[in-house]
Design a protein around this ligand. Structure first.
Ligand code: KG4
Ligand code: ZN
Length: 340
């Protein structure tokens, strides 16, 4: 049984994992960043410090266990905001010393990649995983728990970043993704034709900065005095359609190329209702299945960290006794992700 801690950005989370099942998954979101229009790193680390102890106690009590039941700890060590990562990983190291436990450092993206396996019926490898969040947009070809490679990557903004920045242009609160999702439900997605950058490129890479610029010019030209309230749902629906179409097309194409029948979507943007629906529809048409994690496993959460940590730990229990690992902000451009 493992106790996992996640604190890479603005969610403080702790989870207890046993035999690939999350016995608890407590998440505290730092909603106060909304008034600043984005995550303020210094405030994020302070907020993690204030909540982490309570969240860990809650994770243990909600799983009905205590430290004497825990065999190992897991912490997110990269990538993320350095100050935020330091809080979780150092808290974990402190617990490792106090309770004499091994500690498994986990890559946050690896957590997202395998989050689709946190379900009753375990899907079979290989899978194609679209990791799509505020910081990352990438497609992975996943052959096993320790064998995966990146096959596509955004060349500029992440999809979540595009949602957030475009929402800001429309004066919607941060984070913009859920707002656009909500407003799009009453909008016409065919009203405005925003660009689907790189949709026909032969690779599986993405680019979302052009979409953001195109919406900015569109707003400046058509609504120089501010966007009327009744137009916002149509803009939201049209922007969402542009982002979702590119994500779905590239992911399905990757699954075809690698002859994979199972697609996972993961990360904060995988909570998007249109992405979940369209990916399922297109997968079915192509004789594949698309699986999206339940909502608490889409956003940043410790269950996904504990899930992959348990696999690593069971493979070699003696490997995780050192407290010498460090945290790092390395993004997906890092060479650690092998690229085809
Ligand atoms: O995975 P996550 O919680 O944190 C990062 O690692 O970035 O993802 C946060 C991102 C934000 O950009 C947010 O706007 C986006 O996920 N997001 C959504 C939705 N819910 C969260 N984007 C579109 N539709 C949603 N329903
Ligand atoms: Zn994330």
């Amino acid at each position: 049984m493992l106790l996992a801690i996640e604190s890479s950005c603005d969610e403080t989370s702790a989870a207890v994992i046993h035999n690939s099942v999350a016995l608890s998954n407590i998440i505290s979101s730092q909603y106060f960043h909304s008034k600043y229009g984005g995550v303020v790193p210094e405030l994020a680390s302070r907020a993690h410090l204030q909540t982490i102890s309570k969240i860990i106690s809650e994770a243990l009590s909600s799983a009905g266990v205590s430290f004497s039941d825990i065999e190992a700890l897991a912490v997110t060590s990269e990538p993320g905001l350095i100050g935020s990562l330091v809080v979780g990983s150092n808290f974990g190291k402190g617990l490792a010393i106090k309770y004499n436990l091994p500690i498994v450092p986990v890559n946050h993206i690896e957590g997202h990649i395998f989050s689709g396996f946190l379900r009753d019926e375990t899907p079979k490898f290989p899978v194609i995983t679209l990791v799509v969040s505020g910081g990352h947009t990438a497609i992975f070809y996943v052959k096993s728990y320790n064998d995966y490679e990146i096959v596509g990557l955004t060349r500029d903004d992440a999809a979540g970043e595009a949602f957030d920045k475009i929402a800001k242009l429309c004066n919607l609160p941060y984070p913009g993704g859920p707002e656009i999702d909500r407003l799009a439900k009453s909008g016409n997605c065919k009203k405005y034709n925003f660009p689907r950058s790189m949709i026909n490129s032969k690779d599986f890479d993405f680019s979302f900065s052009g979409l953001k610029t195109s919406v900015r010019y569109f707003v400046q030209k058509n609504f120089p005095n501010g966007i009327p309230d009744d137009v916002i749902p149509d803009i939201a629906a049209s922007v969402q359609a542009a982002i979702v179409e590119v994500l779905v097309t590239k992911t399905i194409n990757a699954a075809k190329k690698y002859k994979v029948k199972t697609i996972f979507i993961a990360g904060g943007v995988s909570a998007n209702s249109s992405l979940r629906y369209e990916m399922k529809q297109q997968a079915e048409k192509n004789n594949m299945i698309a699986l999206a994690p339940e909502m608490s496993y889409c956003m940043d959460n410790a269950a996904m960290i504990g899930f992959i940590a348990e696999k690593k730990f069971l493979e070699n229990k003696n490997k995780y006794n050192a407290l010498t690992f460090t945290v790092s902000s390395n993004s997906l451009r890092s060479s650690q992700y092998k690229r085809k």
